[in-house]
Design a protein around this ligand. Structure first.
Ligand SMILES: Cc1cc2nc3c(=O)[nH]c(=O)nc-3n(C[C@H](O)[C@H](O)[C@H](O)COP(=O)(O)OP(=O)(O)OC[C@H]3O[C@@H](n4cnc5c(N)ncnc54)[C@H](O)[C@@H]3O)c2cc1C
Length: 464
């Protein structure tokens, strides 16, 4: 009886029977698709720029599709804390879908975007071809190894959360190796750390490692002679933090030196061979841990005309963040080179630049959809900051430059406020309070051992 009722509701050809309701549903869906009532804005990259843009497009008369190769947003400025066991990765990462739960016009896809076909308004991705009416590239940047490309598999970098976990595992693995002393390698080679690059990532890593050496290793590895561990920071220029004020650079250098970091200025690394860093002046440093923070280049998908590309692979954009010469393609954040009188080589690659561009572009896209004129983007520089270990930071504000513990509290407040998600804010605050009071870093777990692959790509997850 039930079967007969079902067959009555079905239409079909020969042996294949399809429920009539399903056919009606498909027809309605096709009509909806062919009507294509709302323009589709596709955003590639759920980083600082992409997230701000998608949030600000809430309620816009457009269908917004946010694509990222990861299903989480990563708060990069605190990655060094994950790398040195101060925070867990889930304190600085947040699921993208959860951010947009209450945004009916925003949907998310986890996919790798390979190429843009700007002439046909479509993207080639790991989950198929995606059409757009307006495309926004917010793909950020990637590590630039310069002429160290051939040895990149032997360097550790800090660009994504897997990188931070690799550093954490490798440092702790080496400490275990050193205390067991089974490999016969000289202790210095296993324990020494070289950091290449004196920007914020380099100095923050150096400060956190110096604290580990002073406060954590003697407690966790009491038999290890920490005097055999040197932390060397190599900076090709004549000051660290060269994008900040001279005061901030001097103070950061003094903090690092007080903490026992050997900071080498005007020190250009010439090669890294046989676990030895060689400088241009012939100095050598034995280490199998080289943390590469010396530079980044744009993470630009293929397909756009070569004429749009600037130094470091960034896309040249006009004052509306529109990729030069292309009507429907925009770029924001690290991947965009927005040249101004003050910044002739493009705005700095910083989170606030990406966020401001994201919010501004949302207003311009809404104007575009309403057939109103767009407004040019003007960057408001509200300052920069970096921390060098416990209770020490340097902060450059538009009117004042601050250093020391007050600056550190400002640094902490700004970072807690900027983290996405209440749970993450609370977790970071709890861990920092614990670290501050106990002089400890509680999270040195080797969950997934990391092994440098001497011949091919770096492998994670293999036995040490
Ligand atoms: C270690 C470190 C420390 C930093 N510290 C600071 C700091 O203290 N202050 C500061 O202002 N800035 C800092 N920065 C820089 C800041 O993080 C960047 O300027 C900012 O993230 C740029 O934002 P964005 O939106 O352009 O790109 P991102 O935030 O990098 O986001 C890009 C997104 O695009 C995705 N993506 C890339 N390519 C593809 C693809 N082909 N397909 C799919 N998805 C893709 C990525 O997965 C990523 O989620 C730091 C950066 C690093 C690495």
């Amino acid at each position: 009886m039930r079967r007969q009722t079902f067959q009555k509701r079905c239409a079909g050809f020969g042996p294949v029977r399809i429920p009539a309701t399903y056919i009606v549903y498909c027809m309605l869906n096709c009509m909806k698709m062919s009507e294509h009532p709302k323009p589709r804005i596709v955003i590639v990259g759920a980083g600082f720029g992409g997230i701000e843009l998608a949030k600000a497009l809430r309620g816009a008369p457009a269908e917004v599709l946010l694509i990222d190769r990861n299903n989480y947003h990563n708060f990069q400025p605190l990655m060094y804390q994950v790398a040195t066991g101060g925070l867990e990765p889930d304190s600085i990462a947040y699921p993208v879908r959860r951010i947009f739960r209450r945004y009916p016009n925003v949907s998310c896809r986890m996919a790798e975007v390979g190429r843009v076909d700007w002439e046909c308004n479509r993207l080639f991705t790991s989950i198929g071809t995606i059409a757009y009416d307006y495309l926004i590239l917010a793909t950020g940047s990637q590590t630039n190894y310069y002429n160290f490309e051939s040895v990149k598999d032997r360097l550790l970098t800090l660009k994504g959360l897997p990188d931070a976990l690799n550093i954490r595992s490798y440092v702790y693995q080496n400490l275990e190796k050193a205390i067991a002393n089974y490999s016969g390698e000289p202790l210095e080679e296993i324990m020494n750390v070289a950091i290449v690059g004196g920007g914020p990532a380099g100095i923050e890593l150096a400060g956190a490692l110096a604290e580990m050496k002073r406060h954590v290793i003697p407690k966790d590895f009491p038999d290890l002679d920490t005097r055999k561990m040197s932390i060397n920071l190599y900076q090709a220029g004549d000051r660290v933090l060269n994008a900040m004020s001279a005061e901030a650079s001097e103070k950061a250098l003094a903090y690092l030196q007080e903490m026992g970091v050997n900071v080498m200025l005007n020190a250009r690394v010439a090669s890294y061979e046989a676990d030895e860093v060689l400088l241009e002046d012939g100095t050598r440093f034995p280490t199998d841990t080289v943390l590469w923070t010396a530079g980044v280049k744009a993470a630009s998908p293929e397909g756009l005309p070569a004429a749009c590309q600037r130094q470091g692979g960034r896309f040249g954009v006009d004052s509306f963040n529109r990729v030069e010469g292309l009507d429907r393609v925009f770029a924001i954040g690290d991947v965009a080179s927005c040249e101004t009188k003050e910044n002739p080589r493009g705005l700095p690659m910083l989170a606030p630049v990406a966020q401001q561009q994201g919010r501004h572009l949302a207003r311009n896209l809404k104007a575009l959809l309403a057939e109103k004129p767009m407004e040019p983007f003007v960057y408001k520089d509200r300052g920069a900051m970096a921390t060098v270990g416990r209770g020490r930071a340097v902060v450059d504000l538009p009117r004042w430059n601050l250093q020391g513990s007050f600056a550190w509290f400002i640094w902490m407040g700004v970072h807690i406020y900027s983290l996405v998600g209440f749970r993450n804010k609370l977790a970071a605050l709890y861990h920092w309070a614990f670290n501050y009071l106990s002089y400890d870093r509680p999270l040195g777990l080797i969950i997934r051992p990391y092994r440098r692959n001497e011949r091919g790509g770096a492998e994670s997850g293999d036995p040490v």
